[in-house]
Design a protein around this ligand. Structure first.
Ligand SMILES: Nc1ncnc2c1ncn2[C@@H]1O[C@H](COP(=O)(O)OP(=O)(O)O)[C@@H](O)[C@H]1O
Ligand SMILES: N[C@@H](CCC(=O)OP(=O)(O)O)C(=O)O
Length: 371
């Protein structure tokens, strides 16, 4: 059997409302048990898994015995708050059966567009991953208004994949994958096996969602394009297919693969180069250059000899050798004054110098492009 070659050390798995909520009858606990078992197998194989799970509103509706989705915002948000309890409880107990801890992470669009909160969110997720915890992420529906909401969790999944530098985004839904037209409307629709995420014609084939889902295939294509910009491929597949996650990770040609045009490193470099102006420079010693170029590690303050320019936490800075040779660019975790204070200092001294910090790295590996 032909197999796909996919990197899958760090994966984001998004499970949609249409799939999770057993046709509007509340959470499908049997399905959750099955996905949790597959996630546990991947976890045991050393995979780092981040889950983006919808279903709060649908579960809230069932708990409140509502026959339809509320059409006013406070009722919708209240439903999400009620249902989110059931959602995290279901995932937490299903994964705990495999001795895996979970963490609830609720995000809004604002959290990921503000550079400080973007960095904090990324650092927290990385800490959870390092502790081998599976984060269970959803939109923070109780505070999200139209201006700040993602609306669908496909977009959230893609932004999380970019945030943590995932190797792969898997979107599980109620169809076998992406078809050349909506299979719900046309039984002659053909399943696409592999496409370029940036192919514009995909939008002509992607339709809207069902009663329970929010975005349909359009938001999944948009999500795949967002993920592709950070070099991450997306798989869209049926959550109902037997052992779907294990088979996808094994490379079986299930569902639809949406491929990025550039690999992760190139994409990250392009993104850093295109979107952000460098605001300052860090002069590195030889040990730090070796750590970045050969050991592929994060940049620690101890290897920074000097700090040039005025920058804020979250700005992009250039890392250069003492001879001025460009080594890397990346998003810095300290402002220039703090960076100057901790430069040349061991990590153990950082809290004493700056107080409790969200991160002790000057630039995290995931936020850096090395030349
Ligand atoms: N080209 C297409 N291929 C597959 N599904 C499509 C396509 N266009 C529209 N859809 C619809 O998208 C739906 C899945 O999206 P959605 O209802 O938002 O689910 P989810 O909650 O899983 O995100 C499918 O049930 C299908 O009707
Ligand atoms: N945040 C919402 C999910 C939004 C939603 O349904 O998105 P999707 O699964 O992409 O169709 C909830 O938990 O109900």
């Amino acid at each position: 059997m032909k197999k796909r070659q996919l990197a899958c050390k760090r994966i984001v798995v998004k499970i949609g409302s249409a799939l999770l909520t057993a046709n509007g009858l509340g959470l499908d606990r049997q399905a959750i048990t099955s996905w949790a078992k597959q996630l546990a197998t991947l976890h045991a194989q050393g995979c780092e898994v981040i889950l983006v799970s919808s279903g709060a509103v649908a579960e809230g509706m069932v708990r409140m015995k509502l026959s339809g989705r509320p059409d006013n915002l406070p009722a919708l948000q209240a439903c999400a708050a009620i249902g989110q309890m059931g959602l995290v409880e279901a995932w937490s107990s299903a994964l705990l059966d495999h001795d895996i801890q979970t963490a609830q992470v609720l995000l809004t669009h604002d959290d990921l567009s503000d550079r400080q909160r973007y960095l904090n969110g990324g650092n927290t997720l990385r800490q959870l991953i390092d502790w081998r915890v599976i984060p269970v992420i959803n939109e923070n529906d109780t505070v999200a208004t139209d201006e700040i909401r993602f609306g669908d969790n496909d977009t959230l999944g893609a932004l999380v994949a970019a945030l943590v530098g995932a190797d792969l985004l898997i979107i599980l839904t109620d169809q076998q994958g992406m078809f050349d037209r909506d299979p719900r409307k046309d039984s002659n629709a053909t399943l696409l096996s592999s496409v370029r995420a940036m192919d514009e014609t995909l939008f002509e084939m992607a339709g809207g969602g069902g009663v329970l889902g929010r975005g349909g295939m359009v938001t999944k294509v948009r999500a795949a394009r967002l993920a592709a910009k950070s070099g991450c491929p997306t798989l869209i597949a049926s959550g109902q297919a037997e052992q779907v996650l294990l088979r996808l990770i094994d490379g079986e040609e299930l569902g639809t693969l949406l491929t990025p045009d550039a690999d992760r490193l190139t994409a990250r470099k392009q993104w850093l180069a295109a979107h952000l102006q460098t605001a300052g420079r860090l002069i590195l010693d030889d040990g730090a250059i070796r750590a970045l170029k050969i050991d592929k590690r994060s940049l620690l303050p101890v290897g920074v000899q000097a700090v040039e320019g005025a920058f804020e936490r979250g700005d992009v800075v250039e890392c250069v050798s003492q001879q001025g040779q460009r080594i890397a660019v990346g998003i810095v975790n300290f402002d220039s004054a703090s960076a100057a204070l901790v430069a040349r200092q061991p990590s153990s001294k950082i809290t004493a110098l700056l107080g409790e910090q969200n991160s002790i790295e000057m630039i995290h590996r995931d936020q850096m492009a090395v030349f």
